[in-house]
Design a protein around this ligand. Structure first.
Ligand code: GDP
Length: 370
């Protein structure tokens, strides 16, 4: 009996003895253990193996680590990224931008179905700088892409929501690496056409696509020149029904405007096409244009040149971001930040002096730590 195997139950022992317990009663809810099951924490090697096999659940969990602010998670994430790097880089990365309502989700759904239909595997990522304020990202949401969301060969991930634009963009760039290692040969990075985020997206894609809608005939006015200059292709959506003439008019205007721009670094002449995301017309032509661009730039060496430049850019961005984070996370700095801000606002010290005082303390802290 179990009772006898306890040394306390030896006849010579004079302390308390151990009684035989009763077996635990059967659980009332036999399915409870299933719902309570803790998610398995994979090692970095298990993550990499899963990703290389194309396991989307593991890929998804790895992306969650990439996005996590937790230090331990970041350590594993960085190891996973490093091991995935040799298996990355083989996809075609396409940036897609347009103002809200331009038809990004409808178009990505249609573009995606077109690509999957031709045997591609597509990852859809997003950079949404507004998500920090709105506490939730709208871009890249699966419900916006109804057809794609249920495809085996599509992986849709909303924008990482925490941190500065630089931080959000870095996470998306790292996610691209994981998706490529998982076998996705086409990557979309979506963003809203309202400002800085285009530059971030432009710095991580091969082809940058600007989505436009035909309107009153003065489409050009609303667009920042910088965004048009970044575009390798402008595609005018909603060229259907009563809109067809307007779309053609807008196409002409954009073509004329592009003529006035200086030649691009790639030597490629940005094209202007019309299509309907809703009815799926003109889609094949858009992808012919993208592939033409890829062939053209691979041939003249610009494709590799741009990717190298992007890597260099991200090296500096990572340094900047981590320095900034380290500074603001420093407890000494956190203690004095509000007080210094106050003094600057009350004109007691200049902003430069305040900054210098804090930086001096920060750097002194670093040298004394050594
Ligand atoms: P997003 O905000 O850029 O993602 O835009 P959505 O894809 O949500 O589209 C905004 C609106 O435009 C929706 O009501 C769509 O139904 C409509 N829409 C999108 N693509 C087309 C199109 O090709 N033709 C027409 N007529 N409407 C479209």
């Amino acid at each position: 009996m179990a009772q006898n195997i306890h040394p306390e139950n030896d006849e010579k022992y004079i302390g308390l003895t151990v009684n035989e317990g009763i077996s635990s009663p059967p659980t009332v809810n036999p399915y409870l253990h299933k719902t309570r099951k803790k998610r398995k924490q994979y090692t970095s090697t298990e993550f990499v193996e899963g990703i290389l096999k194309g396991d989307r659940t593991i890929l998804s969990q790895a992306v969650t680590l990439v996005e996590s602010a937790n230090y331990e998670h970041q350590l594993i994430a960085q190891e996973v990224i490093e091991k995935c790097l040799p298996h990355s880089g083989k996809s075609i990365r396409v940036g897609i931008t347009g103002v809200p309502g331009a038809g990004k989700s409808t178009s990505i759904d249609t573009f995606g179905m077109h690509l999957i239909g031709s045997g591609k595997k597509l990852a859809v990522l997003a950079i949404d700088p507004s998500s920090e304020r709105s506490k939730g990202s709208i871009l890249g949401d699966k419900t916006r892409m109804e057809q794609l969301a249920i495809q085996e060969n599509a992986f849709i991930r909303p924008s990482p929501s925490a941190g500065s634009l630089g931080g959000v963009a870095r996470k998306t760039r790292e996610t691209i690496i994981l998706c490529e290692a998982a076998g996705f040969d086409t990557v979309f990075v979506e963003t809203v056409g309202v400002g800085q985020s285009e530059t971030a997206v432009h710095s991580m894609v091969d082809f940058f696509m600007l989505l436009q809608v035909p309107g009153t005939g003065d489409e050009l006015q609303g667009i920042k020149r910088g965004i048009m200059e970044m575009a390798d292709g402008i595609v005018i959506n909603k060229a259907d029904g009563n809109n067809i003439d307007k779309a053609k008019l807008a196409q002409g205007q954009f073509r004329n405007a592009l003529h006035l721009f200086p030649a691009t670094d790639s030597g490629w002449k940005p094209q202007v096409l019309t299509y309907s995301g809703y009815y799926g017309t003109g889609i094949a032509e858009i992808w012919e244009m993208v592939y033409q661009y890829i062939d053209f730039t691979k041939e003249n060496g610009y494709f590799d040149f741009k990717r190298n430049e992007q890597s260099k850019y991200w090296m500096y961005e990572s340094i900047n971001e981590q320095l900034r984070e380290s500074f603001y996370r420093n407890p000494e700095i956190q203690k004095m930040l509000t007080e210094k801000e106050h003094k600057v606002l009350n004109a007691e010290i200049s902003s430069f002096v305040a900054a210098k005082q804090m930086l001096d303390i920060y750097f002194k802290g670093l040298t004394t730590k050594k």
